[in-house]
Design a protein around this ligand. Sequence first.
Ligand code: NAD
Ligand code: GLY
Length: 342
Amino acid sequence: MKEIKLDLGNSSYSVFIGSLGELNFAGKVAVVTNPKVAGLHFKTLLSKIKAPEVYAISVPDGEEYKNLSNVESILEQCFISRLDRKSTIISFGGGVISDMAGFAASIYERGIGYVGVPTTLLAAVDASVGGKTGVNNKFGKNLIGSFYQPSAVYIDTSFLATLDSREIAAGMAEAIKMAVMFDEGFFNELAKKSLSYDEIIAKCVSLKADVVSQDEKEAGLRAVLNYGHTFAHVIECEGGYSTHLHGEAVAIGMVMANTLACELGLLSADEAQKIKNALEAYNLPTSYKIKDTNAFYEAFFHDKKSMDGNIKFILTNGKIGSHIIKGDISKDIVIKVLSKFC
Ligand code: NAD
Ligand code: GLY
């Protein structure tokens, strides 16, 4: 069992990677999941939980259901099961489930216990770690939410065996994101496809733990984890959260961010091509047709990194494995870059 610690003062916790052992709780437990994950793996999880009472709370499967009304439905079921301040919510699923379950845990009776058991590669490498929780609304992605750290995260890669190839690829997009921003050596290994899931997850969680330990509430550095996301969130919103998987939109978003970086002299065409090749090696999409560049640009202003009319872009800083947060880029330059995707 590999243990990676997030050093966050009173909110510190560990991420465990390895075969899931017994999970012991003094209070009641509610497992938030969806019908697909429950059908495949609930029995396995249930056999590991030792608690006075265990409830299952199911929400519909899909990004389009990551909204306030489903959080309300989770909360209602918590009240019906009479969860109290000693109770724990376990999120059991992908990033959609962990974002919603974590948010519900953060607001139920002003906050109860929260534990993550991710079942997608994307949730294992990124979403289950770091305490960002929340939901989408008609204005955009993840605009409602909270920072709320779990007390532990248990990653057992045997759950990933039932994922389809598209979902695996979506997880790889977030892993490539981490590598491009922070670690050229890791990027080269990913490009060569030479690492196991356990190795990829351990590396991503370590990189993320380091970032989140320095900047839990995204005052600066943590924004770098949003490389590609400013573009991706618009793509997801334009598709009604159902045409592209989050990781697929992030892959396209990284290509768009790299095109901007090339325009600004912050990345060579060769390096941009290397990143595109790596994404395509995992069968991730790298192209997108923007219908209206102005509308696409305006949608950036719903991004949480946009402040006082200034959009902050997360870009490579000269090479793979480096990053820069760049504001004050003129609208003309951004529109010129977006036009290359028309
Ligand atoms: P997801 O949660 O929708 O899961 C993808 C699909 O896989 C779903 O249909 C799900 O039911 C299914 N599934 C889950 N586990 C499975 C298994 N073991 N076998 C078979 N099928 C399984 O999507 P995701 O890619 O895991 O997460 C995307 C979400 O995560 C987005 O909403 C994104 O905004 C969020 N996210 C959050 C953070 C964060 O830090 N909070 C970071 C990255 C992404
Ligand atoms: N996935 C971005 C973050 O956790 O900050």
